[in-house]
Design a protein around this ligand. Structure first.
Ligand SMILES: *[C@@H]1O[C@H](CO)[C@@H](O)[C@H](O)[C@H]1NC(C)=O
Ligand SMILES: *[C@@H]1O[C@H](CO)[C@@H](O)[C@H](O)[C@H]1NC(C)=O
Length: 360
């Protein structure tokens, strides 16, 4: 075979993938981005009963921890992509594989022991193992080269870390991890473990990966209900976030430097949340302290269930349930991911990523 023909073939295959038009999207992480995997598992961490999904197009619960769309849905929507299916969905076959997949599982963290109380959830290394299985299935569908290219050109989102504090270190007083580590040492340990997770994403072919830091964990209605007397954010969890997030950005910078490319992009989820938590009215919310669905002080005790208090207009609440933002708040977050300055997105926002990647 002549060299020209080989080049033609390679160009042809590239066109073929591009002709499908759309970029694949993969999602890893916890309940902030789980689109329904836990509904297929024997776990207590699930959002499979009303009023979850009350504002979803079908008005039914889907396993998303939202009244409507979640962050991955909104990224897909804004980029004109089809929504990614949960990896465990039986519908994820054939050409649907080309859209990408969502591997996230509510309750997980960076550490293998985070979320153990939720029984069978998909810990991050298992999510990455399933990503490998996905790639084998994709190869069977479009060939090895096509599969490799689709993954290299895909957008990836990874959202985890909050549970390593809320559902591990601070889960109970004198938790095993809090007896083992001081908070600064725990953060250092988490960051070094997270680095290995991200390195694994790169080794599996990820070349554009959005990495979100933790939100202001001390300000969620659940923590206000348990720890706050006057509605102020819990100081200890806020300290954890303020130690963790800057070190995550530094780790991402050195990882990109070692790789020699801007593979990982840090999203400042903390600031994105603080904007509307500090000035809820400026964003059209009546409150950022009280959850729409829940019970007790701040509607922050226990879970959102069919018998919980439920607000009539979800768009007026920053928090949907004691831990998770409403669709409206998710839209504000995704807007910053797309167009935010370097204060929100480092080294650049998703609009810039899309422009860069369309010209290479
Ligand atoms: C977590 O589990 C994975 C896969 O089983 C393993 O490779 C990794 O070393 C574990 N991490 C720790 C800190 O034990
Ligand atoms: C995205 O980031 C770039 C570079 O930081 C910035 O110039 C631009 O204003 C941001 N927003 C959009 C929509 O690109």
């Amino acid at each position: 075979m002549g060299k020209g023909l080989i080049i033609l073939l390679v160009v042809g295959m590239r066109l073929l993938v591009c002709a499908e038009g759309k970029r694949a999207f993969f999602v890893f992480g916890d309940s902030l981005v789980d689109s329904g995997n836990n509904d297929f598992l024997a776990t207590t961490a699930r959002a499979d009963a009303p009023p979850y999904g009350i504002d979803f197009p079908t008005r039914k619960p889907t396993g998303r921890f939202s009244n409507g769309l979640n962050i991955p849905d909104l990224i897909s929507e804004q980029l004109g992509l089809d929504p990614t299916l949960p990896y465990l969905s039986p519908l994820l076959t054939g050409d649907k594989l080309l859209v990408g997949a969502n591997f996230a599982s509510a309750g997980i963290g960076i550490l293998n022991d985070t979320g153990f109380q939720f029984l069978s959830i998909i810990h991050i290394y298992k999510q990455l193992k399933l990503f490998q299985h996905y790639q084998e299935r994709l190869s069977a569908h479009v060939g090895e080269e096509g599969a490799r290219q689709l993954v290299n050109e895909a957008l990836i989102l990874i959202t985890l870390g909050g549970n390593d504090f809320v559902n591990n270190y601070y889960l109970v007083p004198f938790s095993a991890r809090s007896r083992q580590f001081s908070l600064p040492d725990y953060v250092t340990y988490l960051i070094s473990e997270y680095r290995q997770v991200l390195r694994r994403v790169y080794d599996l072919g990820g070349r554009r990966v959005l990495v979100t830091g933790t939100g202001p964990m001390g300000c969620v209605p659940a923590e206000l209900a348990m720890k706050s007397r006057n509605g102020d954010c819990d100081v200890e969890l806020q300290r954890a976030a303020s130690l963790y997030n800057p070190q995550l950005v530094d780790m991402i910078k050195t990882l990109n430097h070692d790789i020699g490319a801007d593979v990982f992009v840090a999203a400042n989820a903390y600031q994105m949340h603080m904007d509307f938590i500090t000035h809820p009215q400026a964003y059209g919310f009546v409150t950022s302290k009280i959850a729409c669905c829940g019970q007790g002080p701040y509607n922050g005790i226990g879970l959102c269930t069919p018998i919980s208090n439920l607000c009539p207009n979800r768009d007026l609440y920053a928090f949907w349930d004691p831990f998770h933002p409403s669709e409206k708040a998710n839209r504000i977050i995704v807007h910053q991911i797309l167009t935010g300055s370097t204060h929100y997105m480092h080294p650049f926002n998703l609009t810039t990523i899309m422009a860069l990647d369309s010209t290479t």
